[in-house]
Design a binder for this molecule. Structure first.
Ligand code: PBG
Length: 337
């Protein structure tokens, strides 16, 4: 006995709400706005120089003066915050990443310059040691181990130096145990109670960081891998455990990194903790989309905006993305899904 469609669906027709542009807009559950965006910026020393990054078409390393211009442009587009990452000369990198403590290092110089010229821009700085070590690891290498407690001491000091330069949010990405509590104490002791901590709480040992390692020139330096301190891509409960500990230690916001391959983690974290939750759409995700675009396989604007909606749908409050200026422009031009 063959039933007609109304008998099968009990007269429900999901397509009714999809018929018109106005009704699709009415039932739309998630939106992307410029307020969701954090722009990562790569910094180099010197003046008036920009360097392309081969594996990240359209992204450049900038000297501080040009980073100020980029921050101005981002602010004029309405982007709320930037996150800075350094590529320092190889001669300045050492076993312990001591350059991270240099108050006049490129990260702190950029914070001061951007704060003075674009005061409305939120500035997020990372304390991980990888751009500063001669071995490319995020922590201090002793033999073949990353020394947890010694690294925590150093990154806590770095957090204070970055706060002194004017950073609004410290985002520690080195995944050492106990770092959030230690950084909170160090900031409070130095009178920076109002500087926030955005923890890379669940940072996975991922292949998708490849292009970033070219961007900060750690690719050829890195000895071994980061499996002893980043979370295994096989695990999900462990990410929740990390988030729970970081919140208990004083994290104000959480980052899940990478983004798109870990939307399930974002959803679980948001459901479990109901705190501000961010994704980092990392370099490899950026480069994958751009490679598809360059080959003519993907529509650039639609692919980028769909990836943003995916983050929002998964529960993100915001996204760190190299596409931030592009997205802001599309939104300003009236982009609709
Ligand atoms: C390390 C760090 C990484 C990224 C930013 N800081 C990962 C790594 O090199 O292991 C990745 C960012 C990206 O891929 O866009 N502290």
């Amino acid at each position: 006995m063959r039933r007609n469609v109304n008998e099968i669906t009990g007269s429900r027709r999901m397509r009714r709400n999809r018929r018109f542009d106005w009704s699709r807009r009415l039932v739309q559950e998630n939106t992307v706005t410029v307020d969701d965006l954090i722009l990562p910026i790569f910094l180099i020393e010197g003046n008036n120089k920009r360097e392309p990054i081969a594996s990240m078409p359209g992204v450049e390393r900038l000297t501080v003066d040009l980073a100020v211009q980029a921050a101005k442009e981002a602010a004029s587009l309405g982007i709320p915050a930037i996150a800075t990452f350094a590529n320092i000369p190889i001669e300045k990198r050492d076993e312990t990443g001591s350059e991270v403590l240099n108050p006049d290092g490129v990260i702190n110089e950029a914070t001061r310059a951007i704060k003075s010229e674009v005061p409305q821009m939120g500035i997020i700085t990372d304390v991980a040691l990888d751009p500063f070590t001669s071995h490319g690891h995020d922590g201090i290498l002793r033999g073949d181990t990353i020394a947890n407690d010694e690294t925590v001491e150093l990154v806590s000091k770095a957090a204070v130096v970055q706060a002194q330069a004017g950073a609004d949010i410290i985002a520690p990405s080195e995944m050492m145990d106990g770092r959030i509590g230690a950084i909170r104490d160090a900031l409070d002791d130095a009178g920076f109670e109002d500087v926030a901590i955005m923890s890379y709480a669940a940072k996975y040992a991922s292949a998708f960081y490849g292009p970033y390692r070219e961007a900060v020139s750690t690719k050829d330096l890195l000895k071994g891998d980061k499996k002893t301190y980043y979370v295994s891509p096989a695990n999900s409960d462990e990410a929740l455990h990390e988030c729970q500990l970081d919140l208990e230690e004083g994290a104000d916001m959480l980052i899940i990194k990478p983004g798109m391959p870990y939307l399930d983690i974002i959803r679980r974290v948001k459901d479990e903790f109901s705190v501000p939750t961010f994704a980092y759409q990392v370099s490899g995700e950026y480069s994958m989309i751009m490679a598809g675009v360059e080959k003519g396989f993907l529509d650039e604007d639609r692919a980028i905006m769909e990836s943003m909606l995916a983050f929002k749908r998964a529960g993100c409050d915001g996204v760190m993305t190299y596409f931030a200026p592009k997205i802001a422009k599309l939104l300003a031009d009236g982009w609709k899904i």
